[in-house]
Design a protein around this ligand. Structure first.
Ligand code: GLU
Length: 280
């Protein structure tokens, strides 16, 4: 089976040096494996994703010298497929409606998820059916969460395969611990999906064989492996790459004014300068 990889940015801002490293590593890994790298636009966030950011992704990647097969998959065109996957989980009695606001969760939570966000305290898991129906009939804003305890009881111990530090290194088996995330949201209040659900549906639908992503998404992969098992979808090989730091050794971020690739291009940087800066 020829290797198929993907670079899947979310167009809610311009690409920065971290994206450049992720994209270049993905194309390099595809070439090393004799396979292909796809571009996928992860634009489920209908409020923050903008057409100008999508256009800029195409331009910036081409400027870096990368090419990809067409057509490019846009997640915003696939909401029905994600809703279908959620419905399969609903039929398995693994999803429940949650009416909590962010403030409710922050006030009641006693732990943190691997990203440092308040862990969902499970409030709505305990609602009666009558309370659920009343909330849905009133049209209260609702999101749907995975019942993590039931889901993990169903799958038992989960393992997946990682490769690294390079894509050609010997595969290693790793245990997934999705329970660290608590009852994750699989259908948000604004769209009938979430990052976790869409990424799992599309990696399977596109026949991705190797997922290359930054170490910041390493823990989230545990949720993806769980969903793949529940939805009877294949699990890929995972390669988690280093992250690019800013000049002070901190995380790149828009709020701290980290420059985008197009800012750097406007300042006269060349693709070779970008590669040097990110050590590629
Ligand atoms: N769309 C995600 C992001 O931009 C990454 C996709 C993935 O590797 O799962 O952070």
């Amino acid at each position: 089976m020829p290797a198929l990889l993907r670079f899947a940015p979310s167009p809610n801002g311009y690409l920065h040096l971290g994206h450049a490293l992720s994209a270049l590593l993905t194309w390099d890994a595809a070439a090393t494996l004799g396979g292909t790298a796809l571009l996928r636009i992860e634009d489920i966030d209908i409020n923050r994703c903008k057409p100008e950011f999508i256009r800029a992704i195409f331009e910036d990647l081409a400027w870096l010298g990368l090419a990809w097969p067409e057509p490019v998959l846009h997640q915003s065109e696939r909401f029905q497929l994600y809703a279908d996957a959620a419905n399969r989980l609903r039929d398995m009695d693994l999803l429940y409606p949650c009416f909590c606001s962010r403030a409710d969760i922050a006030a009641q939570s006693t732990g943190k998820d691997p990203d440092g966000a308040p862990l969902y305290p499970g409030t709505c898991r305990h609602l009666s059916n009558a309370e659920r129906i009343a909330g849905l009939e009133r049209g209260d804003p609702v999101q749907f969460r995975l019942d993590m305890t039931k889901a993990t009881a169903r799958t038992g111990l989960l393992t997946y395969t990682i490769v690294g530090p390079t894509i050609l290194d010997r595969p290693q088996i790793r245990y997934a611990r999705p329970e660290r995330w608590g009852d994750v949201v699989l259908q948000r209040k604004d769209v009938p999906t979430s990052y976790h659900l869409s990424v799992v549906v599309d990696d399977a639908a596109q026949g991705i064989t190797h997922v290359t992503r930054g170490k910041d998404l390493e823990a989230a992969t545990d949720v993806h492996v769980l969903l793949q098992m529940l939805l009877e979808m294949p699990t890929m090989r995972y390669h988690f790459h280093r992250l690019v730091k800013d000049d002070t050794g901190g995380k790149l971020s828009k709020s701290k004014g980290s420059p985008s690739l197009r800012d750097l291009r406007a300042q006269g940087w060349t693709p070779a300068d970008i590669r040097r800066r990110i050590g590629f």
